[in-house]
Design a protein around this ligand. Structure first.
Ligand code: BES
Ligand code: MN
Ligand code: ZN
Length: 541
């Protein structure tokens, strides 16, 4: 699927379908040149009362002269109040993208033109309008809304799907038609959004892949594939032998009952100056978490193939950053492993020595994410001397109890970092919310035999306790931990990985570029604030 932006009038572009946004009065975007055929079609819908409900898109056929074969009329109602949560705008734009994807899914539409005027799509003057970000959020959301993989269907089904123009992957081109004054911002946002969207899709594909295919070795192969495409990206893999030599006792304890050996994969992307310290992302990559000897209940256990979604997001970010040629240095580390029961598996009560030298009493083999992460965190801090470390992990079921499936948790040792991440997450509708790592919680991590246990004695605050455990392995570096257990995948009828939090992490990278001193700034795509423009609406009746 190709994305393009243009300042050409949407009414002059031949296409299978034109998307027009209208408000509840049936008034479409700020265009003086709306052809009668389009105006009439919209008026007709309005007269029938068919535009009264928002979120319902209507397909209409223009009578007479029009460059589009069909017009998808999408009612948008949006009001940003002073007390609206900060992710309202992004949620609204993603919602529009989803509505469009759903509405066109039954039609053989190959090229789509969207009358993209974000002032109209918001349908209200915004104090915090940002044309770049709007186009970025919209593009990434649309890409994800139309994408569905059939990689694990049988050949016959795949062949059928290929022939069916009706299926969404048949959509070949999407053009955002905007105004001259907006074109630069929309183009920039579109380029960013496309890379972000594809990064999310990579994370989704890895998440959805079955655990007999997507094992630690598979991650290594994927990382190497990515590095082959991008000369500035190099991969290093530590296997069982290397981890032993480094003294990664906690990591190895998780994986010792599995026939699939561990792989600690580091991807180094060098887009910045050699002297720039890297931004380091670390992902929990449990390609399957059975719980080990502390085995999980059977119902829904298949979903523990998603226990590698932190690692999947690292892969998605490395891909997007390399694709955009961002002028910064990034390290992506993936702690890939499989947690299985076996006669040689770790027992509850086993004590191991971590790479940091601290000993850990493993009271529950199902609290394994923190065990692979603690050694990986030690490794990346020692090896890469990063300026900042951000780790992503489907770490605790307790996080779902605390925040449900909308919001991920963030914890850390630097309030400026956790707050910055929280703010950015809301702007791109990939929301996270901070939980405290206070000493009252850390004090719960006491073992009579080892330096620390891997779980606390008490019952509450499981997400925070896991964060406190990780913090014991952080030295002198700003660090944030994202618990994505509730947001990384959807269950039920719409089962599938979400690609979160790739968008947030990319937005963090864009922001770092944007706030670098001017002399230091390369031409990479940053997020710019748009100058406020007066809002003019030409009412067509
Ligand atoms: N991968 C799980 C956490 C999880 C469970 C994520 C369900 C999403 C849905 C993690 O390894 C785990 O098992 N955590 C335990 C920790 C407990 C033993 C302290 C949990 O949450 O039950
Ligand atoms: Mn577990
Ligand atoms: Zn796990």
């Amino acid at each position: 699927m190709k994305f393009a932006a243009t300042a050409q009038s949407p009414y002059g572009i031949k296409c299978d379908c034109l998307v027009e946004f209208v408000n509840k009065n049936g008034i479409n975007a700020i265009a003086k040149d709306t052809p009668t055929a389009v105006t009439q079609a919209i008026n007709h819908l309005r007269q029938q009362g068919d535009l009264s409900e928002s979120a319902h898109a209507r397909m209409v056929y223009p009578e007479g002269e029009a460059s589009a074969k069909r017009i998808l009329v999408v009612p948008v109602e949006f009001e940003l109040k002073a007390n609206s949560p900060a992710h309202t705008t992004g949620k609204h734009l993603s919602g529009i993208a989803n509505t469009i994807a759903k509405a066109i899914s039954d039609y053989p539409i190959k090229d789509l033109v969207i009358h993209f005027d974000d002032r109209f799509m918001h349908s209200a003057p915004l104090s915090d309008q940002d044309g770049v970000r709007d186009a970025q959020v919209f593009t990434a959301a649309l890409l994800n809304a139309v994408y569905k993989s059939d990689a694990f269907k049988g050949k016959e089904t795949q062949d059928k799907n290929k022939k069916k123009l009706k299926s969404l992957p048949g959509l070949a081109k999407v053009t955002l038609a905007t105004q001259d004054a907006e074109l630069k911002d929309v183009k920039q946002g579109l380029v960013q959004g496309e890379a972000v969207g594809l990064g999310m899709i990579t994370a989704r594909n890895l998440g959805d892949a079955p655990p007999n295919i997507c094992n630690p070795q598979y991650f290594t192969a994927e990382a190497k594939k990515l590095a082959k495409k991008h000369p500035k990206l190099t991969v290093k893999v530590l296997g069982e032998k290397e981890l032993k030599a480094l003294g990664a006792g906690a990591y190895l304890a998780v994986t010792q009952g599995s026939a699939n050996p561990p792989q600690l994969i580091t991807m180094e992307y060098k887009g910045g100056k050699a002297s720039d310290k890297p931004i380091c992302f670390v992902g929990k990559g449990l390609t399957f978490d059975s719980g080990g000897i502390s085995i999980k209940p059977g119902a829904g256990m298949d979903e523990m193939k998603y226990d590698m979604c932190g690692a999947g997001s690292v892969m998605g970010v490395m891909q997007a950053a390399a694709e955009l040629k961002l002028p910064i240095n990034i390290v992506g580390a993936i702690a890939a492993a499989e947690n299985m029961p076996a006669s040689n598996a770790t027992r509850p009560g086993d004590i191991v020595t971590t790479m940091s030298g601290q000993t850990v009493e493993i009271l529950n083999t199902d609290a394994e994410g923190r065990l692979v992460l603690c050694d990986t965190l030690t490794y990346v801090q020692d090896k890469f001397k990063p300026q900042v470390v951000i780790n992503m992990a489907t770490l605790t079921g307790a996080c779902i109890v605390a925040l449900g499936h909308h919001t991920a948790a963030v914890m850390g040792n630097t309030p400026e970092l956790t707050q910055e991440l929280q703010e950015l997450s809301l702007k791109v509708n990939d929301p996270i919310w901070e939980l405290p790592l206070w000493s009252e919680y850390t004090d719960d991590l006491k073992s009579p035999f080892a330096d620390i246990p891997n779980i606390a004695g008490g019952r509450g605050a499981g997400t925070i306790i896991a964060g406190c455990y990780l913090q014991k392995f952080i030295k002198d570096v700003p660090w944030a931990h994202l618990d994505i257990a509730g947001v990384a995948w959807n269950s039920g009828a719409a089962k599938g990985a979400t690609g979160r939090p790739v968008h947030l992490l990319m937005q963090y990278l864009f922001k770092q570029l944007d706030t670098k001193p001017a002399s230091d700034k390369a031409a990479g795509p940053a997020v710019r604030k748009r100058k406020p423009t007066a809002r003019k609406t030409t009412v067509k009746k």
